[in-house]
Design a protein around this ligand. Structure first.
Ligand SMILES: Cc1ncc(COP(=O)(O)O)c(C=O)c1O
Length: 437
């Protein structure tokens, strides 16, 4: 994600690069659908057409490209074809209902982290398929409803397993999240196997518990692991499975299923064979049903944040462009300090700007980017590869509204799907509520 200026869709590139920068940004979209009547989204798109589109698109906007979801789903299709592995989508990466509906027919189900996510998937989808849940934050008040919605619950600790197993076992298959204590991620902030991790039962502790009393795992039918982040290599999954096998072989043989989690960018992986080998090992040697639950891999490349320049000025000798979006629409920029991909950024562009968000937070800054044309008030700046963990983490600090949500179909038609209103904002802060506790 830190690499900028690599490939992006022709649409995003044209939208960002070819705008008429003298024209102020768009007014209100009159109809929900902007029919661009484009034959296809390719590089032949006329600049005039895109200038027009840009003018109509209200910003800040989150645009999701329907065809890109198809391409991401294509990347996991070989896993489903070559093995019996079932592929779920981890809702935490992006939960827009229309997108879940697009994915539903090409997946086996969904992975959720809370009661709300579970309810959303079940309420919104006619056939949400298999639903898995794991979370370190299971609440006693939620467990009953969660068990009625989810087919598989992987408890995060032996304590929670002990507390809830009997209550849910009639409704759901009980699993245990295991921390294999095998790290592949250098940055502790993303590493589920970091020292003193809160995510899953450490393998050492699990072995000890089983040695002490095998009955501590009574009723457990599955193992959940999730140990990586944005990995384009699938070798760590094979290594992890081999590691588990060497330590838990006997226990694996007693299970019915294993969930290998997410954390792998199947859409960017050059070689799926280590994963296929891991799945084959589990399926043939232990006869377990295997699941994977990618998040980012299925949505990151399908999302764009389109913003407009609100102001430009010089500060300590550098040009600052204030955008109508904010890092709070892409919170991982601040959380993890990465610089997001900006369309039309060129390494040797003559015009450099520090792109900032529009809140009062000094650190609301995306980074320094270069363009071959100067930006002006109203110019569009498009962030690409912005589909994962943006809208699902976005918030309204300073009262800056959330982006409008547009769908871009494969014919190039943009449809406004969601506009967040002042009422949404005010409701969150208690408008219209008077409750005596
Ligand atoms: C348990 C679990 N499963 C799946 C995922 C999805 O991971 P990713 O979006 O990296 O594929 C996460 C992400 O945090 C997770 O914690």
């Amino acid at each position: 994600m830190t690499e900028r200026g690599c490939s992006y869709s022709a649409w995003a590139g044209c939208l960002a690069g070819d705008v008429d920068s003298r024209r102020p940004s768009a007014g209100v979209v009159k109809s929900a659908t902007l029919d661009m009547s484009l034959p296809k989204l390719d590089k032949k798109l006329s600049t005039t057409y895109l200038t027009d589109t840009s003018r109509h698109l209200e910003t800040p906007a989150f645009v999701y490209e329907e065809a890109a979801f198809d391409r991401s789903l294509d990347s996991v299709a070989p896993i489903r074809q070559a093995t019996n592995c079932r592929v779920l989508f981890a809702l935490k990466a992006f939960s827009f209902i229309d997108v879940l509906k697009l994915m539903e027919p090409r997946l086996d189900g969904f992975a959720v982290s809370s009661l709300f996510e579970a309810r959303l998937a079940r309420d919104a989808l006619a056939n949400a398929g298999t639903m898995h849940l794991t979370t370190p934050g299971l609440r006693p008040d939620d467990i009953g409803e969660i068990a009625s919605l989810c087919d598989y619950i992987s408890f995060n600790s032996l304590g929670q397993l002990g507390s809830y197993r009997d209550a849910v076992a009639r409704y759901t298959s009980v699993g245990l999240r295991v921390n294999p204590q095998l790290s592949f991620v250098d940055d502790d902030r993303y590493d589920p196997c970091r020292p003193h991790s809160k995510l899953g039962v450490p393998l050492d502790d699990l072995e000890e518990a089983v040695a002490r009393d095998r009955r501590s795992l009574d009723g457990v039918e599955g193992i959940h692991i999730h140990t990586n982040c944005d990995s384009t290599s699938l070798s760590p999954v094979l290594e992890t499975v081999q590691h588990l096998e060497s330590r838990l072989g006997g226990l694996l043989a007693e299970m019915k299923w294993i969930n290998l989690g997410g954390g792998y960018l199947f859409d960017e992986a050059e070689d799926l064979s280590p994963l296929l080998e891991a799945i084959a090992l589990i399926e043939t040697k232990y006869g377990l049903q295997v699941y994977v639950e990618p998040g980012a891999a299925l949505v990151r490349r399908a999302g764009y944040i389109v913003s407009s320049v609100l102001d430009i000025f010089t500060s300590d000798g550098r040009r600052v462009a204030v955008l109508d979006t904010t890092v709070n629409h892409m919170p991982e920029v601040l959380e993890y300090g990465y610089e997001p991909d900006v369309a039309s950024h060129v390494e040797d562009g003559d015009y450099e700007y520090v792109l900032t968000g529009s809140t009062c937070l000094a650190g609301d800054v995306f980074g320094a980017y270069r363009f071959s044309e100067p930006l002006d008030i109203g110019s569009r700046v498009v962030f690409y590869n912005a589909g994962a963990y943006t809208m699902s983490k976005a918030h309204t600090f300073n009262g800056v509204n959330l982006p409008l949500v547009y769908a871009l179909d494969s014919a190039g038609k943009l449809t406004l799907r969601k506009r967040f209103t002042y009422e949404d904002y005010a409701e969150r802060w208690g408008a219209g509520i008077s409750v005596t506790v």
